[in-house]
Design a protein around this ligand. Structure first.
Ligand code: CTP
Length: 408
């Protein structure tokens, strides 16, 4: 998933020749996973057809408060459109529309929607060279940015007039890149590396059998997805599971099978990470030898000699420098006492306790019920929730403990 995945983008098209680039912008936004709606100033229709834009966006394109020629015309509610959008992009933004936006004028649907929008508004100017550098235009740019709007600077090159200089509408690819960079730059976990272990481990007995557990990896996968949505670069070390991870450009999935492989992957990424979360259900023991052929049954009993695997989280606690370290404790008895003991023994900053005595908790299902216990033994019990919601709670707690804020 990209940063625009699931976002509702409202593109406002004004009457500039560069409007011919907007179908490409619509397609790129949709390709990035966004839902797109387009509004136009009436004159913009001279440069690109509403039909093209409605076909690409798969939504009606509005340009006036109501269609005069339609006797069943309905009022196009600019407030609703403004509230619908997560992001508004005005492109191409002509000098005329920009100056009206700066002065609060409201003589068309696009301007009324702009004034009603509660979301971040980006504007991508497009005009001739001399207009672009005119002090009046610069005053408009400054004023709009003071209002909190975000300017996507025009590119340089040959202009429709034949003049060469700044004023070309930024290319659609650059507009999308600019917005994604801007969104990323404002996310609370930007520039942070998060290392997460998840899922079970399988320890082979022979070529067909293994020692494993019921972990699905869902909790760790949810943590990875939330961390990436908050801007982090995530290394997800994932044991064998059939549960899929949403493709995300900031999640690297490292597939492993055994505890030893999980440890090796963790040791590669741990020293450069800022937050380490061990959500995996790692096997504590493995057969001390793996039979090369399938073990045949005999009449008598059979036993396997098991040896300890590496305690990965304990190693992370020992190696800890600046990392914020989170562990899980899955308990069936003396829950809090055991979790607190693990918190200290593994040098953690936070432990997530889930008790198998609570219905819906643990590693099998889609939900979890956790108690978070901090280093200073403060604890907070949460209700039964989806694993995504639990992951959000965990990151909010991490943010509070690290003195940062998480905005979902
Ligand atoms: N853990 C780990 N490596 C192991 C065992 C556990 O990294 N070999 C991590 C788990 O990912 C979890 C925490 O340690 O974050 C606690 O795991 P848990 O199985 O509850 O406890 P153990 O330390 O294994 O202790 P016990 O089995 O005695 O409860």
């Amino acid at each position: 998933m990209s940063l625009l995945g699931g976002k509702k983008i409202l593109i406002g098209v004004t009457a500039g020749i560069a409007a011919y680039k907007i179908p490409t912008l619509v397609r790129l936004c949709i390709k990035a996973g966004a839902e797109v709606s387009v509004i136009m100033t009436p004159k913009a229709k001279d440069f690109v057809t509403p039909l093209t834009l409605s076909t690409l966006s798969k939504r009606p394109v509005y340009s006036s408060f109501y269609e005069e020629e339609d006797e069943n015309a309905m009022w196009n509610n600019h407030v609703e459109l403004g509230l619908w959008a997560d992001i508004m992009i005005i492109a191409p933004a002509t000098a005329n529309t920009l100056s009206k936006m700066a002065s609060g004028a409201c003589d068309n649907l696009l301007l009324a929607t702009y004034l009603s929008a509660k979301c971040p508004v980006y504007f991508a100017p497009a005009m001739d060279l001399d207009m672009y550098i005119h002090p009046a235009t610069h005053e408009t740019f400054t004023k709009l940015q003071e209002f909190g709007n975000i300017m996507i600077p025009a590119g340089s090159g040959e202009l429709a007039s034949g003049l060469v200089g700044q004023g070309r509408l930024a290319e659609p690819e650059d507009i999308v890149q600019f917005i994604m960079k801007d969104i990323l730059g404002k996310l609370p976990l930007k520039n942070q590396k998060v290392l997460i272990t998840a899922g079970p481990t399988y320890e082979a007995i022979d070529p067909v059998r293994f020692i494993g557990n019921h972990s699905t990896g869902r909790m760790g996968i949810a943590l990875a997805e939330i961390a990436a949505n908050l801007g982090a670069q995530v290394a997800l070390v994932l044991g064998p599971t059939a549960v899929s991870v949403t493709v995300h450009d900031r999640i690297e999935v490292i597939r492993v099978t055994t505890a030893q492989q999980m440890f090796e992957a963790v040791s590669k990424h741990y020293h450069t990470c800022d937050i380490g979360i061990a959500a995996a259900a790692v096997a504590d023991y493995r057969p001390n030898a793996i039979a090369t052929q399938k073990i045949k049954k005999t009449d008598g009993d059979f036993s396997i000699h098991l040896e300890r695997t590496q305690d990965i989280l304990k190693w992370m606690g020992t190696e800890k420098q600046y990392q914020f370290l989170v562990g899980f404790a899955l308990e069936t008895e003396n829950e809090e006492e055991n979790a607190k003991r693990k918190l200290v023994a593994k040098n953690l900053d936070l432990i997530v306790l889930n008790s198998l005595n609570d219905a819906g908790a643990g590693f099998k299902g889609q939900t979890n019920k956790v108690t978070l216990i901090t280093k200073v033994q403060e604890q907070k019990a949460f209700e039964l929730k989806s694993k995504k919601a639990v992951a959000q709670d965990i990151f909010e707690t991490i943010a509070t403990l690290r003195n940062t804020t998480v905005v979902s």
